[in-house]
Design a protein around this ligand. Structure first.
Ligand SMILES: Nc1ncnc2c1ncn2[C@@H]1O[C@H](COP(=O)(O)OP(=O)(O)O)[C@@H](O)[C@H]1O
Ligand SMILES: [Mg+2]
Length: 342
């Protein structure tokens, strides 16, 4: 097949996407496909058959989003607009976060009529928006940490925000951008005095903030592939919280797959994972993030519709545990996309 891999993009997860993209391109090429890799920002074809790939790995911090913003969205539009889609059979989305994962690029691709991997416009948009996802989880009786979304006009009214936190669930709480990934702009707030900085850090990445009850417990995630929930992965991050650095720096987290939890609990979380996937209308594959609370309940945090595909990534690890190696996983995702669109 002729496959276009879209990667890079303008989001804070750009570097991660370049590394995912590189792994995907290699896997598809090793399976004999003809692959074109395109960075949606630079409108540049990357990764020629022979030659060095772009990224030097993922740094300890996300790239400067303000700078990416300036390079911008227009370039992404141009990259897609100027590309001759008649050249390809299917588009593989190695983008993460921002417009690559929130339905925007998906909408542009819908206009080209070419099949692409992963969820469509609506599911992508819902999943990228944590508050919207949680409204749906609640409707479906999927347990999710208590939360509220402060109004923009309230951001500078710290006493009011603190009052809301204390009335709802108290400290510690989690302050995060409502529509980002990779833990960027996220803070666990333990003391009242830390709230101002937490809001400031979240606002660097988004105009919308969500404040959640902190769920103390374990970090677990469930990958979904087609209509199958993959084995549960437990993450033991060095920093206690699964922040950007622990996500992408080798050795900063330990991963246990299948997670050491009772088989009954594993079945339970897998079925909640599938339910969350379906509730948002996701397709092909995704990863559902949870906290396994000390109270024995699973709290669904979010669904990632374009989860990481780097070599520290979780869906590839979970797939491996059921005998689906990385090239097979990538191939399967392509087949799912083609099947859906045919
Ligand atoms: N309510 C919470 N309670 C405890 N830890 C949390 C909570 N929300 C987020 N976290 C921590 O932050 C990480 C990232 O949060 P998540 O909601 O999955 O957003 P992202 O889209 O950035 O991955 C989680 O994997 C977890 O370690
Ligand atoms: Mg997450």
């Amino acid at each position: 097949m002729k496959i276009l891999v879209l990667m890079g993009g303008t989001s804070a997860e750009r570097d991660v996407s370049l590394v995912s993209g590189e792994a995907i391109v290699k896997a598809l090429r090793s399976a004999g496909h003809s692959v074109i890799a395109l960075d949606t920002v630079q409108s540049q074809k990357l990764l020629p058959d022979h030659g060095k790939y772009l990224p030097d790995g993922i740094g300890e911090e996300p790239p400067d989003v303000a700078e990416l913003e300036i390079k911008g969205k227009q370039l992404a539009l141009e990259a897609i607009h100027s590309f001759d889609f008649s050249e390809v059979d299917v588009v593989f989305l190695a983008l993460h976060g921002g417009q690559g994962e929130d339905g925007t690029i998906q909408a542009l691709l819908d206009l080209t009529g070419k099949p692409y991997t992963g969820s469509g416009v609506l599911a992508s948009a819902l999943a990228m928006n944590k508050a919207m996802s949680k409204k749906i989880f609640e409707r479906e009786r999927i347990l999710t940490p208590e939360w509220f979304v402060p109004e923009k006009s309230e951001f500078s009214n710290i006493p009011l925000i603190l009052e809301k936190i204390h009335k709802s669930f108290g400290l510690p709480c989690v302050v995060k951008p409502n529509d980002q990934g990779s833990s960027v702009g996220l803070t666990i707030v333990e003391e009242e005095q830390d709230i101002t900085k937490a809001l400031h850090d979240a606002l660097k990445y988004s105009d919308h903030i969500i404040i959640e009850k902190f769920i103390s417990g374990r970090e677990v995630t469930v990958g979904v592939l087609g209509d199958l929930a993959l084995p549960v992965v437990e993450i033991i991050p060095e920093h206690g919280i699964y922040d950007y650095e622990c996500k992408y720096t080798h050795g900063r987290s330990n991963y246990v797959c299948p997670a050491q939890i009772p088989p009954k609990k594993a079945k339970e979380i897998q079925s909640i994972g599938l339910k969350a996937f379906k509730a948002l209308g996701c397709e092909d594959y995704a990863r559902v993030d949870f906290r396994y609370g000390e109270d024995g309940h699973f709290y669904c945090l979010e669904v990632n519709t374009l989860p990481g595909m780097t070599d520290t990534s979780l869906v590839p690890k979970a797939a491996e545990a059921v005998g689906i190696d990385f090239p097979k996983l990538v191939e399967k995702i392509v087949r799912l996309a083609l099947k859906r669109k045919s």
